[in-house]
Design a binder for this molecule. Structure first.
Ligand code: ATP
Ligand code: MN
Length: 461
């Protein structure tokens, strides 16, 4: 007998009627009466359960008592058209094997646990409908990302997770060391002697693969990275993790307009892919948590993003008459409340904000002719705020050295060599993978779109 997942069985439906099937999974519920018992079985392949019918003449009540919520079973039986509402087919059980029962203290007994409760049971929460749906969508999005770039001729370029460059500028870093912390080797002036450390110098976990990505793009033309990044900021928000995955395409010969076109096409492709391949899961999340989810996803894929310079964005915010927690004026870094005002209240569309003041952006961004702004582009989304941050990179060697000196950065010779030898205009951006998953699933908190979230004071499993 061919092994079929519950997803495949339900897809085939009545085409399989009359055939024997062999199914294995976890019990969601068992209910029924003195004559017949119904088990809702789930094997993780789909949000939908397969109904198993146990005739009590064949299976005395005693033999079914260990089939509790959360237990794992193996059933053989005939697939038949279902008489009940809610499913088109069901299995008439013939043989039953119980792999493991789940005692009454199984934490996921009831429906409707809070997300906070489930976060404390993160080792079991993938077994819930909600987290099953989120994880399947997460997988589909990861696949879509690789497919999108591969089909466009981009190369997947692996940048290091351990880095010795402290100039990435994107956030506080976690240090990587094998030095004994209670007995640190010291230099004569009392500072730590990193020459004794594992790499012979100070090292950290990466906050971004971009700088190394630029080395790839200025050789292979079109590259992208897709890997974990680590930020040691104490940001206890629903949009920040200490360990998150980032996708960073970097393109030689792309100006900022090409970069914006790519970002918009890319993100729409991913959302469309999820709508097409994960509709059942998205529908479940839409019906149970976020009734506007499907409308919001369709709205984003069917509308052009607004493209607006930062200076004009600030004007709109100043003239809005709204009392923001953080006041706005030209030169401030936008907070999530400002980004969301532009997107959700003013334009009611995703916005790509460009040409930010150079002071609030990284050293590598290309300076505009006004000498004050840089060719940055942040993509701002409803509910999320910033989902993508990118820019055209400064390709002029002298100007880039000027910025590096202004900011007092050191050890950047390897990076500067891309501008010293055969420099080219180039651009790139970073998409926070979990922010994309958050947008597509409608989950309120980013901690609930990664299997085992890392955030301040939380490092379980
Ligand atoms: P924010 O202002 O939201 O903290 P950022 O400007 O510091 O983000 P970038 O350095 O531009 O972030 O990183 C690129 C992308 O990575 C962001 O647009 C966002 O989608 C994502 N990102 C950044 N920090 C985090 C984080 N701590 N957790 C999850 N995703 C993040
Ligand atoms: Mn950013």
């Amino acid at each position: 007998m061919k092994k079929l997942t519950i997803k495949e069985i339900l897809k085939e439906g009545e085409n399989l009627a009359g055939k024997e099937v062999d199914v294995k999974g976890w019990v969601r519920t068992r209910r029924g009466n003195k004559n017949v018992q119904f088990v809702a079985l789930n094997d993780g392949s789909t949000i939908n359960n397969l109904q198993i019918v146990f005739d009590l003449e064949k299976f005395p009540e005693e033999s079914l008592k260990n089939i509790t919520t959360g237990s794992s079973i193996h059933v053989k039986g005939n697939l038949v058209a279902s008489q009940g509402a809610g499913q088109s087919v069901e299995v008439q059980a013939d043989k039953l094997e119980i792999y493991g029962t789940a005692p009454a203290d199984y934490p996921l007994q009831k429906k409707g646990h809070t997300m906070e409760f489930l976060r404390e049971k993160a080792h079991l929460r993938p077994r819930t409908n909600t987290f099953g749906a989120v994880m399947r969508i997460r997988h589909a999005l990861a696949y879509a990302i690789h497919k999108f770039f591969n089909d466009k001729g981009f190369f997947y370029f692996h940048t290091p997770l351990i880095t010795a460059s402290d100039c990435e500028g994107a956030g506080a870093q976690f240090q990587v060391t094998t030095l004994p912390l209670n007995e640190l080797p010291k230099n004569e002036d009392g500072s730590i002697d990193y020459s004794k450390d594992f790499f012979g110098k100070m090292a950290s976990l990466t906050v971004s693969g971009q700088l190394e990505g630029e080395l790839g793009a200025t050789a292979l033309g079109l590259i992208y990275t897709f890997g974990p990044t680590f930020r040691a900021e104490n940001s206890n928000t629903p949009r920040h993790l200490s360990e998150f995955w980032m996708i960073e395409p970097e393109m030689a010969f792309y100006e900022i307009e090409d970069n914006m076109d790519l970002a918009e096409e890319f993100i729409k492709y991913c959302i469309n892919y999820a709508l097409e391949h994960c509709y059942d899961d998205i529908k479940f999340l839409n019906d149970h948590f976020d009734h506007d989810l499907i409308d919001r996803l369709k709205f984003v894929v069917n509308n052009d993003f607004v493209r607006l310079p930062y200076t004009e964005g600030i004007k709109i915010l100043e003239e809005s008459g709204k009392k923001f927690e953080f006041p706005v004026h030209w030169g401030v870094d936008l907070a999530s409340e400002h980004e969301r005002y532009l997107v959700e209240e003013h334009f009611k569309k995703p916005v790509i904000l460009t040409d930010y003041p150079k002071e609030i952006k990284a050293f590598y961004m290309k300076l505009n002719d006004d000498g004050k702004t840089v060719r940055a582009m942040d993509v701002l989304f409803p509910k999320i705020g910033e989902i993508i941050g990118g820019s055209q990179r400064e390709e002029n060697y002298e100007k880039l050295i000027g910025r590096i000196e202004e900011m007092g950065l050191e050890g950047m010779e390897w990076y500067l060599d891309t501008r010293k030898y055969g420099t080219v205009p180039h651009s790139g951006f970073g998409l926070g993978f979990e922010r994309l998953v958050q947008f597509v699933t409608g989950m309120q908190n980013i901690r609930d779109v990664i299997p085992f979230p890392r955030y301040p004071k939380a490092c379980e499993y």
